[in-house]
Design a protein around this ligand. Structure first.
Ligand SMILES: [Fe+2]
Ligand SMILES: [Fe+2]
Length: 240
């Protein structure tokens, strides 16, 4: 629709709206409307939102090659690489926890509470890896899995005993994971990727701090009780 008004009543101002609606400065009672479809195709006010013109640039960016993501938008290559690295970290930690589960579940070790704790921890880390995989795909990146390092199979330690030794190892792994997550957040910020930064913050950073606190408490308790009888009670506590 075109509402024609005398040219003399149009006052270009800084507050021209994007939809071509503008208010005359010295004639507050009048609102001048312009439409894209004026007889000569030119807007009266000179301020018109032209969606098809503006989207042209974006249209060119949509790939037509089959092996490229269609959804990818403002997602940097190093963010993609860093997510793949984080997937590998989560998998490695999951693998170590799985090895600890198998150790504490042995018939001659038989600390079932610790076995349960490390089994659940291992599953949780794998879930983290999968969450990153899902996010990588969501952003149009490609998941590239890397190799996993062979973990220890023996966790007994002459001075500390197995429970404390394994728990201290778990604490160092959680701190390492935290460092890697913070690095990923930094890469996201460097690339002005607010969405990736928000994903890392809301899904991982808070939980990581909780995990570090919980395992630190376990380390403190195990240091207090030593290697003997107390470990049995600690183990029973983890069973419930
Ligand atoms: Fe994790
Ligand atoms: Fe963790």
């Amino acid at each position: 629709m075109l509402l024609r008004v005398p040219q003399a009543l149009s006052f270009p101002t800084a507050n021209d709206g994007v939809l071509g609606v503008k208010t005359a400065l010295h004639a507050p009672a009048r609102v001048i409307c312009a439409s894209v479809k004026s007889s000569n195709n030119a807007p009266i006010t000179g301020v018109v939102f032209e969606p098809f013109e503006e989207v042209k640039k974006e249209l060119k960016l949509i790939p037509s090659v089959a092996h490229e993501s269609i959804a990818r938008h403002k997602f940097a290559g190093d963010s993609e690489a860093c997510i793949n690295e984080q997937i590998n970290v989560e998998y490695n930690v999951s693998y170590v926890y799985h090895a600890m589960y198998a150790y504490f579940d042995r018939d001659n070790v038989a600390l079932k509470g610790l076995a349960k704790f490390f089994k659940e921890s291992s599953e949780e880390e794998r879930e983290h890896a999968e969450k990153f995989m899902e996010y990588q795909n969501k952003r149009g990146g490609k998941v590239k899995l890397q190799s996993i390092i062979m973990p220890l199979s023996e966790f007994d330690h002459e001075e500390k005993g197995d429970a404390l030794y394994a728990m201290e190892l778990a604490l160092s792994l959680e701190k390492l994971t935290n460092e890697k997550l913070l690095n990923l957040h930094e890469v996201a910020s460097r690339n002005n990727d607010v969405q990736l930064a928000d994903f890392v913050e809301s899904e991982f950073l808070g939980e990581q701090v909780e995990a570090i606190k919980k395992i630190s408490e376990y380390v403190a308790q195990l240091r207090r009780i030593g290697k003997g009888h107390g470990v049995w009670h600690f183990n029973q506590m983890l069973l419930n």
